[in-house]
Design a binder for this molecule. Structure first.
Ligand SMILES: C[S@@+](CC[C@H](N)C(=O)[O-])C[C@H]1O[C@@H](n2cnc3c(N)ncnc32)[C@H](O)[C@@H]1O
Length: 240
């Protein structure tokens, strides 16, 4: 089985660090809208489990139902839980993807961060419909639309780097447009001693960039109100 996130998992939290503070501000908007009494909080594409941890620490009544199909990313999430075994009855981490998993009938809220772009337009419509169907009245989901808003060439550039002990970890990203919704992304993960490359791993993804107008229309078609959080890439979806 090919794990498309194997290279990404190597230093995921380290490379994601520059964006984490803004992500946390977005999560703080979601927190008061969660309804843990209505059902578990669905975390689609839970990744390293960073948002599972954030939620379990701040919402003592919340149960989390996480989906993470990448074995490498799922291992990171499970390690995080292993460090907090007091959470073992509050969280489930399923290995299926969104369409293979049996979703809880009712949800208390949902988190879909860094994942919506993995769905094509038909899948995106189905994801939104499933959320609308399962969220309670006034229930909320946090999503993001990863930049650029619409497909455009992204020249290769270092977008994240950090030093840990003697080694530097570096992420280089570039993207090429495929059509009016999709970009072909190439992410290169390096570990270096000085300028000597010790490891180099590449991940390639086709990612969808539907833009705000399409998102607003698609959400509205299933009675979800989409509200952008300031000038950020984060959006709250609320069920009417
Ligand atoms: C960029 S990571 C984001 C991880 C985490 N949500 C975060 O914000 O740090 C995207 C994650 O979505 C997962 N993913 C991709 N396609 C998916 C699908 N169809 N259903 C569920 N998860 C998926 C990937 O395995 C990956 O771990």
């Amino acid at each position: 089985m090919t794990d498309r996130y194997a290279a990404t998992a190597g230093a995921y939290d380290l490379m994601n660090a520059p964006w984490r503070a803004v992500q946390v501000v977005a999560l703080e908007h979601l927190l008061p809208l969660l309804q843990p009494d209505a059902g578990p909080i669905l975390d689609v594409g839970a990744g390293s489990g960073v948002n599972i941890e954030w939620l379990l620490e701040r919402s003592p009544d919340a149960q989390v139902y996480a989906l993470e199909p990448s074995p490498a990313m799922r291992a990171l999430a499970l390690s995080r839980i292993a460090a907090h075994l007091e959470w073992q009855h509050r969280v489930t981490v399923r290995p299926e993807d969104f369409f293979a998993a049996t979703l809880p009938e009712r949800l208390g809220g949902a988190i879909l961060l860094g994942v919506l772009g993995h769905f094509d337009p038909g899948e995106r419509a189905a994801v939104l419909a499933e959320l609308a169907d399962r969220l309670p009245h006034g229930g909320a989901a946090l999503i993001d639309l990863q930049p650029p808003e619409r497909p455009e060439a992204v020249p290769a550039a270092t977008i994240s780097r950090t030093q840990v002990g003697e080694l530097e970890y570096r992420l280089i990203a570039e993207a090429t447009p495929i059509d009016d919704e999709r970009l072909h992304w190439r992410m290169t993960y390096l570990s270096l001693e000085g300028e000597r490359v010790l490891t180099e791993d590449t991940a390639e993804h086709i990612y969808h960039h539907p833009g705000p107008d399409a998102l607003l229309a698609e959400a509205a078609s299933v009675w979800l109100h989409a509200e952008r959080l300031g000038e950020t890439t984060y959006w709250l979806l609320r069920r009417a």
